[in-house]
Design a protein around this ligand. Sequence first.
Ligand code: ADP
Ligand code: MG
Length: 338
Amino acid sequence: MSNKTVLRVENLRIVYGNVEQPAVQDVSFKVKAGECVAIIGESGSGKSTLLRAIACLQSCDEGKILVDDQLLPDPMQLLVKGYAGIRYVSQDTVLPRLRTVEDMLRYELRYFHAEEQTLLVDQYLDIFSLQEFRDRKDTELSGGQKQRVALSLALASDAGLLVLDEPFNQIDVITREKVKEQLFSYFRSSGKTLIMVTHDALDALPWSDKIVVLRDGHLLQVGTPEKVYEKPVDMYVASLFGPVQLLSKKQLNDLLHIEWPNRCRYAGIRYNDVEHQLSKTKNAIQVKWIRSYYAGKQYKWLLQDATGGEWMVYAANKEPSNKMIYLHFPLSQIFFFK
Ligand code: ADP
Ligand code: MG
């Protein structure tokens, strides 16, 4: 990764027609060459709108976008929307019509000599497990297969900046992990820069260099995956990465013997950080098992503490052998938010 900034988004504001609430407002961030940036947020938070603006497909009402220090033109002023060097893959995959997968790839690789082109076509078909579909046309592919083709075309294209909207949403769970692994490891050696939208924040953690969090069109936080996961700016950001157990003032005072910090409105701990055991240890919170829920490989236990507060933990067994359980977690893992 170099230090060169390829993309600069400055004070962006986008309002749709007669909708009062802006879809994107006051959003600014930078992307460096070679970076993988994930844009996350709940549905309707403005992720796709922001991505379309970056891909020069959506006009902005205020602010600007610079790509390689060049101001992105207003797409409304262009004969053909989009910008050279930026490849956008939409949430609903659209492929070139009436061409086979192999032909689509050959078109992206048209500037290579025939021999090299053939080698590269095979390489991209392998990366996305598409060999058996090389002679199929877009109408002969499933949603997930189309999405894999679209990703292979984007990687094979000569665009330096890839802008992908929920790139794995139609790929089945079994293939998805493999495709992700392949895409990101190949991306790292490609020299390209990647911006992707995902509604699954956990998706973003292992692969991205930077995470941009949106809510209601506002930018809430920008930072490394470690920063955004470990030091979320508020409960919304914390909750994007898995359930958070809210803690009341009474729970904090009576059970953990901690003073409620000044001006703090919320306290919470990630389910993931709470461990349970059947024997009492120092600083453990005693809770009573109420009921269990089946959650796939494990069970979720609903528990209740002495203040009446409810807890949820994951456990291997359907029910505990003893109804009294002890919870513990590092106090440093408690989030406090204003
Ligand atoms: P996300 O991708 O995060 O789900 P979007 O960018 O699609 O969010 O949408 C952001 C907001 O803008 C939402 O409130 C959505 O309803 C609204 N919106 C999206 N597209 C349009 C449109 N074409 N016209 C009016 N409102 C829209
Ligand atoms: Mg979207």
